[in-house]
Design a protein around this ligand. Structure first.
Ligand SMILES: Cc1cc2nc3c(=O)[nH]c(=O)nc-3n(C[C@H](O)[C@H](O)[C@H](O)COP(=O)(O)OP(=O)(O)OC[C@H]3O[C@@H](n4cnc5c(N)ncnc54)[C@H](O)[C@@H]3O)c2cc1C
Length: 433
């Protein structure tokens, strides 16, 4: 992407940022960037850059999202967690900041940015609140991307502009009896004589569903065809979608997770996404990308816990010194910093591989698996670094640890990632039997 193109996209994000409730930070003038030397300024003399090199647009986005997260989201994190509810102003703020159509084209009211830009946004939001981060992640990397990649032009024109500006989306694959074995779904559809569809579905664990108006739904049309009978549909709440039970969770409590009912929903034939019977392919491909997003969420979470805890440990004095100054503590900080760096590099590498159009399934699975392990271990250590204070809800540090557990579960559990990695390694080594 040229600098001119980058700047256009960033300016475009800025021009949409008319936020009445939240100051506009995204795409703001680059006054904030003067403190740090931008990675965009560095060029390898050999033409191949490190993964720390971001485009100017990506750098701008990181700085502005960081500001938005710290100034607008941070003051509401504790209350949202206690209430187990996302503040509507935060959802509106994400739209107003242009963060809900990051990769969507300008033609469809999006920012036209890179996949890595989306990854950076997810990471920055997670440093402050992993719940807000996953809301933005699911909407961008799953919902928007399914439409951008697989839907007809007609469906894209109809829904993408709204998904960029005010319509929250969710991704409905899992069911009560089908989680890891997602394609054993019971949700079904029938094709009517006029080409439209009647859908009967119950989906469980659906992120964003409480506030969503748009649903990407997977259903089985012909069980005799197995996974090849599955199709994907674009559904809006006003078609008769009902939000049933809302889960009470250990972590990411402000992110809504509900059972969603689609009872006898009538769906126009144009709302089929891609070809009939290709739903499984769409789900598999999209979750490969989505996993890089979850990896980014986990990296941001680990960094957020680390930053908060270290700050406390430098302020807290025991034996006449900051507790952070003891070597026993410093060695732990070093270990944690190293793990975060490794996880971030894996996430960025998977993102860049995807952008280059190269295979990235193994790298995405590794990035998600490793980043979720790092998030758990670093956020757990962060609690201990702060002693009793880390164990209280006051500091917000224990929340990171609670939130970290989900990284090993959604968009494929850690075992499922291991299975994917092992299969691909086997194939690479020609050991497939
Ligand atoms: C907070 C939250 C948000 C979610 N959001 C969404 C969403 O927006 N959309 C959506 O569609 N889904 C969503 N999910 C569902 C999520 O993707 C599933 O929970 C996940 O895929 C695991 O499925 P399961 O819970 O049925 O666990 P199960 O599949 O029952 O797994 C239980 C255990 O068995 C292990 N296991 C299963 N099969 C194997 C195997 N073959 N080999 C080794 N171990 C195995 C698993 O690793 C796990 O440890 C969400 C879940 C949660 C908790």
């Amino acid at each position: 992407m040229t600098v001119a193109r980058s700047m256009t996209a960033a300016t475009n994000v800025a021009s949409k940022s008319t936020a009445p409730s939240t100051t506009s930070f995204v795409g703001a003038p680059r006054a904030f960037s003067s403190s740090a030397q931008s990675s965009a300024e560095f060029e390898s003399p050999f033409g191949v850059n490190s993964l720390a090199k971001l485009t100017e647009e990506e750098e701008m986005l990181r700085e502005s999202v960081r500001k938005f997260a710290e100034e607008v989201i941070q003051p509401r994190v504790e209350a949202m967690d206690e209430a187990e509810k996302m503040d509507k102003e935060i959802i509106n703020g994400l739209f107003e900041q242009g963060l809900m159509g990051i990769e969507t084209s300008e033609e469809h009211n999006g920012a036209g940015c890179s996949f890595t830009a989306a990854i950076i946004v997810i990471e920055e939001l997670a440093k402050v609140d992993p719940s807000v981060s996953v809301l933005c992640d699911v909407h961008n990397t799953l919902v928007d991307t399914v439409l951008r990649k697989y839907a007809s032009k007609e469906l894209q024109d109809k829904y993408l502009p709204k998904l960029s500006t005010d319509m929250l989306g969710c991704f409905c694959l899992s069911e009560p009896a089908s989680g890891s074995d997602a394609f054993a779904m019971k949700s079904s559809y029938k094709k009517n004589d006029d080409g439209s569809f009647t859908i009967d579905a119950q989906k469980m664990w659906i992120t964003n569903s409480e506030d969503a108006d748009f649903f990407i739904l997977f259903a089985q049309g012909d069980p005799s065809k197995g996974y090849k009978g599955i199709s994907a549909f674009a559904i809006t709440r006003d078609m008769g979608v009902e939000i049933a039970k809302k889960e009470k969770k250990l972590g990411i409590k402000a992110s809504s997770t509900c059972t969603v009912q689609f009872d006898g929903i009538q769906v126009p034939k144009e709302n089929l996404i891609g070809e009939e019977g290709k739903g499984y392919k769409i789900a598999i491909e999209i979750l490969n990308e989505g996993r890089v997003g979850i990896g980014a969420q986990m990296v941001g979470l680990a960094q957020g816990a680390f930053n908060k805890a270290i700050k406390y440990a430098y302020e807290r004095k025991q034996f006449g010194k900051p507790v952070a100054s003891f070597q026993g503590m410093q060695f732990q900080f070093a270990e944690a910093a190293m793990k975060i760096e490794a996880a971030r590099t894996m996430v960025y590498n998977a993102a860049r591989l995807k952008e280059e159009g190269r295979p990235f399934t193994k790298e995405a699975a590794m990035a998600k698996l490793y980043a979720s392990e790092v998030a758990q271990s670093v956020s757990g250590s962060a609690i201990e670094w702060c002693g009793g204070m880390g164990f209280t809800r006051e500091t917000g540090i224990e929340k990171y640890w609670r939130d970290s557990k989900i990284g090993a579960i959604y968009e494929g559990t850690s075992n499922i990632q291991r299975q994917t990695i092992a299969k691909l390694v086997e194939a690479e080594m020609g050991l497939k039997n």
